[in-house]
Design a protein around this ligand. Structure first.
Ligand code: HEC
Length: 136
Protein backbone atom coordinates (compact mmCIF):
# COMPACT_ATOMS: atom_id res chain seq x y z
CA UNK A 1 0.00 0.00 0.00
CA UNK A 2 2.75 2.42 1.04
CA UNK A 3 4.66 1.61 -2.10
CA UNK A 4 1.61 2.27 -4.26
CA UNK A 5 1.01 5.66 -2.70
CA UNK A 6 4.65 6.60 -3.06
CA UNK A 7 4.63 5.53 -6.69
CA UNK A 8 1.45 7.50 -7.25
CA UNK A 9 2.92 10.65 -5.68
CA UNK A 10 6.13 10.22 -7.64
CA UNK A 11 4.12 10.12 -10.85
CA UNK A 12 2.42 13.46 -10.18
CA UNK A 13 3.88 16.63 -11.68
CA UNK A 14 5.70 18.74 -9.11
CA UNK A 15 3.56 21.46 -7.52
CA UNK A 16 3.76 24.74 -9.39
CA UNK A 17 6.43 27.06 -8.04
CA UNK A 18 4.85 29.90 -6.06
CA UNK A 19 6.36 32.48 -8.40
CA UNK A 20 4.25 31.22 -11.28
CA UNK A 21 1.06 32.08 -9.37
CA UNK A 22 2.03 35.24 -7.50
CA UNK A 23 -0.61 37.16 -5.63
CA UNK A 24 -1.42 40.73 -6.56
CA UNK A 25 0.26 42.02 -3.42
CA UNK A 26 3.44 40.10 -4.25
CA UNK A 27 3.60 41.53 -7.77
CA UNK A 28 2.80 45.03 -6.45
CA UNK A 29 5.70 44.86 -4.02
CA UNK A 30 8.12 43.05 -6.34
CA UNK A 31 7.62 45.59 -9.12
CA UNK A 32 8.37 48.47 -6.72
CA UNK A 33 4.94 50.16 -6.51
CA UNK A 34 4.90 49.78 -2.74
CA UNK A 35 7.97 52.03 -2.44
CA UNK A 36 5.62 55.03 -2.79
CA UNK A 37 2.15 53.46 -2.60
CA UNK A 38 2.78 52.22 0.96
CA UNK A 39 0.11 49.54 1.54
CA UNK A 40 -0.58 50.55 5.14
CA UNK A 41 0.12 53.70 7.16
CA UNK A 42 -0.38 54.24 10.89
CA UNK A 43 -3.10 56.78 11.65
CA UNK A 44 -3.28 57.36 15.38
CA UNK A 45 -3.48 53.85 16.80
CA UNK A 46 -4.90 52.30 13.63
CA UNK A 47 -3.35 51.08 10.38
CA UNK A 48 -5.04 52.45 7.26
CA UNK A 49 -4.77 50.68 3.90
CA UNK A 50 -4.05 53.84 2.00
CA UNK A 51 -1.56 52.62 -0.61
CA UNK A 52 0.23 55.96 -0.33
CA UNK A 53 3.15 57.40 1.60
CA UNK A 54 1.48 60.83 1.24
CA UNK A 55 4.85 62.22 0.16
CA UNK A 56 5.97 64.24 -2.85
CA UNK A 57 7.86 62.44 -5.62
CA UNK A 58 9.36 63.63 -8.85
CA UNK A 59 7.59 61.66 -11.59
CA UNK A 60 9.48 63.21 -14.47
CA UNK A 61 8.91 65.74 -17.24
CA UNK A 62 5.85 64.03 -18.77
CA UNK A 63 3.74 64.87 -15.72
CA UNK A 64 5.18 68.38 -15.25
CA UNK A 65 2.53 71.10 -15.02
CA UNK A 66 5.16 73.85 -14.61
CA UNK A 67 3.39 75.05 -11.48
CA UNK A 68 5.37 75.65 -8.30
CA UNK A 69 3.28 75.28 -5.14
CA UNK A 70 4.93 75.63 -1.74
CA UNK A 71 7.86 73.20 -1.89
CA UNK A 72 6.48 71.25 -4.84
CA UNK A 73 7.97 71.90 -8.27
CA UNK A 74 6.04 71.09 -11.43
CA UNK A 75 7.25 67.48 -11.64
CA UNK A 76 6.51 66.73 -7.99
CA UNK A 77 3.28 64.98 -7.11
CA UNK A 78 1.94 63.57 -3.88
CA UNK A 79 1.43 59.81 -4.09
CA UNK A 80 -2.26 59.24 -4.78
CA UNK A 81 -3.88 56.71 -2.43
CA UNK A 82 -5.01 53.74 -4.50
CA UNK A 83 -8.13 52.63 -2.62
CA UNK A 84 -11.25 52.89 -4.77
CA UNK A 85 -9.11 52.82 -7.92
CA UNK A 86 -11.51 50.52 -9.75
CA UNK A 87 -14.31 53.10 -9.73
CA UNK A 88 -12.30 56.20 -10.71
CA UNK A 89 -13.13 57.18 -14.29
CA UNK A 90 -10.03 59.39 -14.83
CA UNK A 91 -6.59 59.05 -13.30
CA UNK A 92 -3.56 61.24 -12.55
CA UNK A 93 -3.63 64.88 -11.38
CA UNK A 94 -4.98 66.16 -14.70
CA UNK A 95 -7.19 63.16 -15.44
CA UNK A 96 -5.19 62.31 -18.53
CA UNK A 97 -5.25 58.55 -17.97
CA UNK A 98 -8.45 56.62 -18.66
CA UNK A 99 -7.04 53.25 -17.59
CA UNK A 100 -4.88 52.00 -14.74
CA UNK A 101 -2.29 50.77 -17.25
CA UNK A 102 -2.08 54.22 -18.88
CA UNK A 103 -1.64 55.83 -15.45
CA UNK A 104 1.22 53.44 -14.62
CA UNK A 105 2.94 53.99 -17.99
CA UNK A 106 2.86 57.78 -17.42
CA UNK A 107 5.02 57.47 -14.27
CA UNK A 108 8.60 58.64 -14.89
CA UNK A 109 11.34 60.19 -12.77
CA UNK A 110 11.70 58.34 -9.45
CA UNK A 111 9.25 55.67 -10.65
CA UNK A 112 11.15 54.82 -13.84
CA UNK A 113 12.47 51.46 -12.64
CA UNK A 114 9.04 50.40 -11.32
CA UNK A 115 7.54 51.13 -14.74
CA UNK A 116 10.34 49.19 -16.41
CA UNK A 117 9.56 46.20 -14.15
CA UNK A 118 5.84 46.59 -14.92
CA UNK A 119 6.57 46.47 -18.66
CA UNK A 120 8.60 43.27 -18.25
CA UNK A 121 5.82 41.39 -16.40
CA UNK A 122 4.26 38.38 -18.10
CA UNK A 123 0.64 38.76 -19.22
CA UNK A 124 -0.47 36.64 -16.26
CA UNK A 125 1.47 38.71 -13.74
CA UNK A 126 0.13 41.92 -15.26
CA UNK A 127 -3.45 40.62 -15.12
CA UNK A 128 -2.99 39.57 -11.49
CA UNK A 129 -1.62 43.02 -10.62
CA UNK A 130 -4.40 44.91 -12.44
CA UNK A 131 -7.11 42.75 -10.84
CA UNK A 132 -5.54 43.47 -7.45
CA UNK A 133 -5.45 47.24 -8.14
CA UNK A 134 -9.08 47.25 -9.27
CA UNK A 135 -10.05 45.45 -6.05
CA UNK A 136 -8.57 48.08 -3.72
C1 HEC B 1 8.33 57.13 -7.03
C2 HEC B 1 7.01 56.95 -6.39
C3 HEC B 1 5.99 56.08 -7.12
C4 HEC B 1 6.13 54.79 -7.59
C5 HEC B 1 7.35 53.88 -7.51
C6 HEC B 1 4.84 54.42 -8.16
N1 HEC B 1 3.96 55.47 -8.04
FE1 HEC B 1 2.02 55.49 -8.66
N2 HEC B 1 1.89 57.47 -8.22
C7 HEC B 1 2.88 58.22 -7.61
C8 HEC B 1 2.47 59.61 -7.59
C9 HEC B 1 3.29 60.76 -7.01
C10 HEC B 1 1.21 59.68 -8.22
C11 HEC B 1 0.38 60.95 -8.52
C12 HEC B 1 0.73 61.39 -9.95
C13 HEC B 1 -0.21 62.39 -10.56
O1 HEC B 1 -1.26 62.65 -10.00
O2 HEC B 1 0.10 62.90 -11.66
C14 HEC B 1 0.87 58.31 -8.58
C15 HEC B 1 -0.32 57.95 -9.20
C16 HEC B 1 -0.68 56.63 -9.48
C17 HEC B 1 -1.93 56.22 -10.05
C18 HEC B 1 -3.09 57.16 -10.43
C19 HEC B 1 -4.10 57.20 -9.29
C20 HEC B 1 -5.18 58.25 -9.52
O3 HEC B 1 -6.30 58.04 -9.03
O4 HEC B 1 -4.93 59.27 -10.17
C21 HEC B 1 -1.91 54.87 -10.18
C22 HEC B 1 -3.01 53.96 -10.73
C23 HEC B 1 -0.62 54.42 -9.70
N3 HEC B 1 0.10 55.52 -9.27
C24 HEC B 1 -0.22 53.10 -9.66
C25 HEC B 1 1.10 52.72 -9.48
C26 HEC B 1 1.59 51.38 -9.70
C27 HEC B 1 0.74 50.17 -10.08
C28 HEC B 1 2.93 51.39 -9.48
C29 HEC B 1 3.91 50.27 -9.69
C30 HEC B 1 4.07 49.84 -11.08
C31 HEC B 1 3.29 52.76 -9.09
N4 HEC B 1 2.16 53.53 -9.11
C32 HEC B 1 4.56 53.19 -8.73
C33 HEC B 1 4.07 57.74 -7.12
C34 HEC B 1 4.62 56.50 -7.42
Amino acid sequence: MMVAVTAYLASLPPPAAPESHPSGTQVFTAVGCAACHTPSLPLGDRQVSLYSDLLLHNLGPDLDDNVIQNQAAGQDWRTTPLWGLGIRPRLLHDGRAGTITAAIMAHGGEATSAVRHFRSLSTTERDVLLAFLRSL
